[in-house]
Structures are given as C-alpha cells and as structure tokens.
Design a protein. Structure first.
Length: 117
C-alpha cells in the first residue's frame, strides 16, 4: 500500500513563512502597541509631575496664569512662549489673550507679541 502524500494546508504554509522570515503578526503588533501606549502614559505622568510653576498655581484662573507669564517675560511674550510655560492649547490661549486685551490688562506690541499694561 502506498500512502498518498498530503499537500500542506495554506495556513501551515503561511505560518511557516511568517516564522521563517521573521514577519510580524497581528498579535506581535498589538503587543508592541500596548507597550508603546504604556510608555506614553508613564512619560505623561512623569511630565505631569514636572509642570511649570505657572501651571501649578491652582487657586488662580487661567487668565491670571497667562497674565503672570506675560508679566514675567516682560518685553514681549509670543504665543509659543506662553504656550510652553502654561501648556494650554491654542484655542484656549487665544481666547484668554483676546479677553485680557479687551479688559486692558495687556497690549499687542505687534502681531503675536503681547506686553503687560
């Protein structure tokens, strides 16, 4: 009796090629994604503990924090400078600056540069 030779299944061939050529599988990518997300969360926690002194003032309003930053910089604070010290997003920062300007607490030296009154 002769045995018929079985052809390997498609799934086993795919598994063989993935293993032989070290190709990442969906499970490998998902594991890496989870590790990256964990690292991002830990980095955010570490960055959260090192916030600037302006951001840690909890009893002050956001407008007061921005006004203090502009006063500390003094000769002209740009949006990027204020954003770096406060970590506020662009929309919130622009609304605060607009409000402070309308209240007369800051002046626009030129486009994008603000000085205290």
């Amino acid at each position: 009796m002769t045995q018929k030779k079985r052809n390997p299944s498609f799934d086993s061939m795919v598994k063989y090629f993935l293993k032989h050529y070290n190709i990442a599988t969906k499970q490998d990518i998902n594991r890496l994604t989870q590790k990256i997300e964990g690292l991002q969360k830990s980095l955010q926690k570490m960055a959260g503990t090192q916030k600037s002194a302006f951001r840690q003032e909890k009893n002050k309003s956001a407008s007061d924090v921005v006004l203090n930053v502009i006063k500390d910089i003094g000769n002209g604070a740009g949006i990027a400078d204020i954003k770096a010290k406060t970590d506020y997003d662009d929309k919130k920062l622009r609304n605060i600056i607009y409000r402070l300007n309308k209240q007369g607490k800051i002046q626009r030296k030129k486009r994008g540069i603000y000085i205290p009154e």
